[in-house]
Write a protein that binds this ligand. Structure first.
Ligand code: GCW
Length: 683
């Protein structure tokens, strides 16, 4: 009876009809055949690989597969080779990655032939902006899985450890091998012995899955936590303090990864407080970590309050320091020059620092892309950045190549994503936000993968099963439309939020709805949207050309000249680089004003299309996940309407032109939106 019942449950799960709550992420598939796994290595990591293969096997029933740790020059770092009956790697973690790759191929129907898979970046980290009190800065999926006032000083419960294990497994399955456990706006308490004890507990759970633990540190920790007179990086007493602290950490976590540092940025302390520069600060920590093999990820997200163009500042501060950093320092650069906006050009620091290791940082959590409410698949945004040509060493010097060690020698290569993970049952708040975690890991492993392929895999793993792969109806009427919706979703968000190069016109603080009007007296101007859009009767956009801030100069030719000329500047970045009259003629033949209106309307319409796509696939999705996404799409549509109305009515005050009469009219009054903007209107 029991067996019959279990097979029935399994059948329902396989049919996708049994309750699913998203907690299993992309790891829902179960074995439908037996496999014998031969493995002479006895590490915990290969034991996981063996178990995973047995639990998820969808290859030939009765097959035998051998797992081998054997050096091969063609296999790099934790890369691996898979074949039909063998997985080979240099390390146990490589074998584990090989197991996940093989299973993914079985479960998505990709071919399995002998092939080597090497990672694009050595260090592939998630940055958690988790605070010790359990809140998460810019987190939209519940509280921290690691921290909480009531928990920090207690030994972790079995339940917590189980969750950390599931988290580690999810990461390992997509090749993520590092986790920074706390917010870059770091508390000095992070380095207290009691807290480090919990760090050790977490690291112990993550280790078998090949995940190294890192911490964000506050630069002023020596004075704030250590009671020293100052935290000057050239002060021998301060250096000694860090050396001792690092040693203490390594005693607890022997494979500790290193530090992530936000310094002299948004009020955070840093070396400049003592008249020193970023290299002085980073090198001090690098020296302390070096004997243990640790690294420093030093963020370039800096902007002082006095510069005319915030977009230029990271470059201005860091480029002159090129070559002055230790080889275990990696400068961590946000994908764009400002701040994770729906669309930015790539940061000009990529490729410009030729003697310093540089790593890209992307934001998986959707601070500026609709939180965990909007369905926005971010892989296309990151793909755009990775594949953008910097021209720094001639044509084809893409951001990917400038950061993966293939153009410039780098002792370490790395990439970071700001995590979107919290205690919500489905981890990310929105079912489709899981795809962004997934995509980050996949692109970090292989930066040449296309967004399309990643979406294809993710949908099959998250909503499909062995039967779906054989089912033409499922492929045509579920996979295809849902994939298209995902691929269109980022451009849709750009359209209804900030088309044509608009940026940072968000409502203050929560960054969810529109706030192009927000500019209270006394607030520094580069924290206000009017600074970024520069709308006036004569036109709109930020002049970053040679006649303006000359930010274009930070890009290499021929790009600098292309961006400088509105005729050759890509239209999707036009208002990022140019201030143009409302009547400026666009390539479509429309005026700039009309084109702006058309883009907002298009974005709104696209969300309406997504709703239709989703409603139509109801029969292919389990009830809980279907309803969750459906309701969020409704909220997204309402919010897109708010964006459309708020931006058009606000800018219309300057353009003094009609919204083209063939477009739908706004539904809200501008005053109403302005009064309500702090309420995360229409959430
Ligand atoms: O995007 C901004 C966020 C801050 C964040 C900062 C950063 C952690 O609004 O919340 O602080 O960037 O990246 O340091």
């Amino acid at each position: 009876m029991r067996r019959i019942f279990l097979s029935f449950v399994l059948l329902l799960v396989n049919l996708g009809l049994f309750a699913e709550n998203g907690h299993q992420l992309w790891l829902r598939n179960v074995a439908n055949g037996k496999v014998t796994v031969v493995c002479s290595d006895k590490s915990v990591t290969t034991a996981i690989a063996v178990q995973e293969l047995k639990d998820g096997w969808q290859g030939r029933d009765g097959a035998t597969i051998t797992l081998k740790i054997k050096k091969d020059k063609a296999i790099k770092n934790d890369g691996f080779k898979i074949g039909t009956s063998e997985i080979q790697a240099n390390t146990a973690v490589g074998v584990l990655y090989g197991a996940y790759e093989l299973l993914r191929r079985q479960q998505t129907g990709e071919p399995i032939e002998e092939k080597i898979f090497n990672p694009s970046y050595q260090v592939r980290t998630l940055n958690h902006w988790d605070n010790l009190d359990g809140t998460i800065e810019r987190g939209y999926a519940g509280r921290s899985i690691f921290w909480g006032e009531e928990k920090n000083l207690l030994p972790p419960t079995e339940q917590e450890k189980q969750l950390w294990k599931e988290y580690a497994r999810a990461n390992a399955s997509i090749g993520i091998n590092g986790a920074v456990l706390n917010n870059v706006n770091a508390s000095p308490d992070m380095l207290m012995p009691e807290i480090l004890q919990r760090v050790k507990e977490i690291a112990d759970v993550l280790r078998p899955y090949g995940i190294k633990t890192y911490l964000s540190v506050k630069f002023s920790s020596p004075s704030q936590a250590g009671g020293l007179e100052n935290s000057d990086p050239l002060n021998p007493v301060v250096r000694k303090w860090w050396n001792a602290k690092v040693k203490e950490i390594y005693q607890l976590v022997p494979d500790f990864g290193g530090f992530l540092v936000k310094a002299n940025s948004e009020g955070q302390p840093g070396p400049q407080d003592y008249g020193r520069n970023h290299a002085d600060g980073a090198n001090m920590l690098a020296d302390a970590l070096k004997p243990f093999g640790g690294i420093v990820m030093w963020r370039a997200f800096v902007y002082a309050s006095n510069d005319k163009d915030r977009a230029k500042q990271a470059y201005n501060e860091f480029k002159p320091l090129d070559g002055r950093f230790r080889d275990n320092v990696i400068v961590q650069v946000k994908n764009g020059p400002i701040d994770f906006q729906p669309r930015e050009p790539f940061s000009p620091l990529f490729g410009a620092m030729k003697k310093t290791s540089v790593m890209p940082e992307v934001q998986i959590t959707q601070e500026y892309l609709g939180h965990s409410i909007h369905l926005v698949y971010l892989a296309p945004m990151w793909e755009e950045m990775l594949k953008a040509d910097t021209y720094q060493q001639g044509e084809g010097s893409t951001v990917a190549k400038c950061t993966d060690g293939s153009i410039y020698p780098q002792t370490y290569t790395a990439v970071a994503g700001v995590a979107n993970v919290g205690l919500d049952t489905n981890w990310c708040g929105h079912e489709f936000a899981q795809s962004n975690w997934y995509a980050f890991g996949r692109q970090a492993w292989d930066h040449q993968l296309t967004s399309e392929q990643i979406a294809d895999e993710w949908i099959k793993l998250t909503f499909g099963n062995a039967a779906s792969l054989q089912d033409a109806d499922w492929k045509n009427n579920f996979l295809a439309p849902v994939k298209q919706m995902m691929l269109d979703s980022r451009e849709a968000a750009v359209n209804y939020m900030m088309p044509l190069g608009f940026h940072h016109i968000f409502a203050a603080e929560h960054h969810y709805g529109p706030g192009p009007w927000w500019a209270p007296e006394g607030v520094r101007s580069d924290w206000t949207p009017p600074y970024y859009h520069q709308a006036s009767a004569d036109g709109v956009g930020f002049n970053r050309t040679r006649t303006g801030s000359d930010a274009v100069k930070q890009y290499h030719e021929p790009l600098a000249s292309q961006l400088n000329d509105p005729k050759t500047c890509p239209e999707n970045l036009l208002l990022w680089f140019h201030h143009l009259p409302w009547d400026y003629k666009m390539k479509s033949g429309r005026t700039l004003w009309d084109e702006i209106c058309v883009h907002y309307a298009r974005g709104l319409e696209q969300v309406g299309e997504f709703q239709k796509v989703w409603d139509k696939v109801e029969k292919y999705v389990d009830a809980e996940r279907f309803a969750g996404v459906q309701s969020k799409l409704r909220a997204q549509r309402r919010n897109a309407q708010v964006w459309n109305d708020g931006c058009l009515l606000y800018f219309q005050q300057f353009s003094k032109r009609a919204i083209p009469y063939n477009l739908d009219r706004p539904q809200h009054d501008l005053d109403e939106l302005i009064q309500n903007d702090m309420k995360r209107f229409d959430e």
